[in-house]
Ligand binder design. Structure first.
Ligand code: TRP
Length: 73
């Protein structure tokens, strides 16, 4: 395991159609590298990786992480 990224997963459950899960690159350059679209009820389980340092959620979703559960709007 790469200790700079950890191995935790986050769970994203879309609460409306068209929720976007956006992966941002690790390193000097922070940019979008992947956008995933989820429709209502769809679930994505994602990790932080050597390529992904941040995850941005657009739209209404439930996020479950080791830090707790939160709702995006
Ligand atoms: N190829 C990406 C990576 O290995 C896939 C990925 C992992 C991803 N976690 C993500 C894409 C979170 C979007 C959001 O980093």
């Amino acid at each position: 395991m790469d200790h700079s990224t950890g191995n935790d997963y986050i769970v994203i459950k879309a609460e409306e159609n068209g929720v976007q899960v956006i992966g941002l690159t690790r390193g000097q350059d922070t940019r979008f590298h992947h956008t995933e679209k989820l429709d209502k009820g769809e679930v994505m389980i994602a990790q932080f990786t050597t390529h992904t340092s941040a995850i941005k959620i657009r739209g209404k979703a439930t996020l479950i992480t080791k830090h707790g559960e939160i709702e995006s709007e």
